[in-house]
Design a protein around this ligand. Structure first.
Ligand SMILES: [Zn+2]
Ligand SMILES: [Zn+2]
Length: 347
């Protein structure tokens, strides 16, 4: 198969012929029809993720067709159209038994713990637990956006964030997950304040339902701006980028008893990020994390997609060939562009 591979962190990745993967007894091999390019892939390439062993094939936002199944797989067959959450769960640990597969104790993430989907084929573990059937009328490029950003945003806004109609919701960072959150919060009846440094990203946020956009490159105090715009602060605020600055701005932009949800990964050198915790005490804020979404939670989201309330298809702004992926991966750090880029390995 053809795949994007890198030998050293930060050194240019390249497209190469690699052996086709084989399914584990409880796993499958999926023919990758579309796979999203995500900032997490860039972090992994740069060496910010300790789980990655070199050489490595990135990619965790995939959709495709089951090509081969392991001997113990009972619920999936070759030919099935599927996607997976980026957290593939074991199905048997205490977290999984409680229904919290998104924080599985023995999780495997394609493109981090093992070779991922910037390839024509990818092997996936515990297929009966993790594979999600794609509706017949959903394009692969759209389905690829579900597993990481859209499902992550859905859980962050709806389940962890407990959004309610009429609330003010601030979204810091309007990349893939942030734009998804804007769309989902707006569809839930919330009034959304979108924050980003990119005018293009803010244009998309407006298109996806943001009531107010804040250009952080021209607004030194984004938290103060949000408190002004919302009459005291947001009820719910997400750091969808993952940086000390956006995390602090999200917490500082909340009103009393507001909820902050940390969605963007915070890969700082020492693994800790300063948080304005004094404010959390004084205002009785809730600080929550959100980490993907379990496969069993997809139907409620897919129903809203099927009825047209949510439009993940609109997030996909660019499709590229596998050969263009190494450069696009490198550009995620400095010039990620607006919207979601999807790689089509067989095109
Ligand atoms: Zn991702
Ligand atoms: Zn588990």
């Amino acid at each position: 198969m053809r795949a994007v591979v890198f030998e050293r962190h930060g050194a240019p990745a390249e497209v190469r012929e690699l052996p086709d993967p084989r399914p584990a007894p409880d796993g499958v091999v999926v023919r990758v029809e579309a796979t999203g390019l995500c900032r997490s892939d860039w972090h992994g390439w740069m060496g910010h993720d300790p789980d990655i062993e070199l050489p490595h094939v990135p990619g965790h936002e995939l959709a495709g067709v089951v090509e081969a199944v392991g001997s113990r797989v009972t619920r999936r067959r070759p030919g099935d159209r599927v996607t997976v959450p980026f957290v593939c769960a074991c199905g048997t640990c205490p977290a999984c038994a409680a229904g919290d597969q998104q924080v599985c104790e023995r999780q495997t993430q394609p493109g981090f713990h093992h070779w991922g989907s910037f390839a024509q084929y990818v092997a996936l573990d515990h297929a009966d637990v993790n594979l999600v059937a794609i509706p017949d009328d959903m394009a692969y490029a759209t389905a690829a956006a579900l597993g990481c950003r859209f499902a992550t945003a859905f859980r962050a806004v709806v389940q962890q964030g407990r959004v309610a109609a009429g609330e003010w919701v601030a979204v810091h960072g309007c990349g893939g997950v942030g734009l998804s959150a804007v769309m989902i919060a707006a569809a839930s009846g919330a009034r959304v304040v979108a924050v980003d440094v990119s005018p293009q990203a803010l244009d998309l946020a407006r298109k996806f339902g943001a009531a107010v956009c804040v250009d952080a490159s021209r607004t030194p105090e984004t938290a103060a701006a949000i408190r002004d715009l919302t009459g005291g602060g947001a009820h719910l605020s997400l750091d969808a980028l993952g940086s000390p600055a956006t995390c602090a701005a999200s917490v500082n932009g909340l009103r009393r008893r507001g909820r902050h949800v940390q969605v963007g990964l915070l890969p700082s050198a020492d693994g800790t990020t300063p948080v304005p915790l004094a404010r959390a005490v004084a205002l009785e804020l809730e600080l929550l994390g959100s980490h993907g979404m379990a496969a069993h939670a997809y139907p409620a989201m897919l129903e809203l997609v099927g009825s047209g309330v949510l439009r993940p298809d609109l997030l996909v702004t660019r499709t590229i060939l596998l050969d263009a992926a190494p450069q696009a991966l490198a550009e995620m750090g400095t010039a990620p562009g607006a919207g979601v880029t999807v790689i089509e390995p067989w095109r």
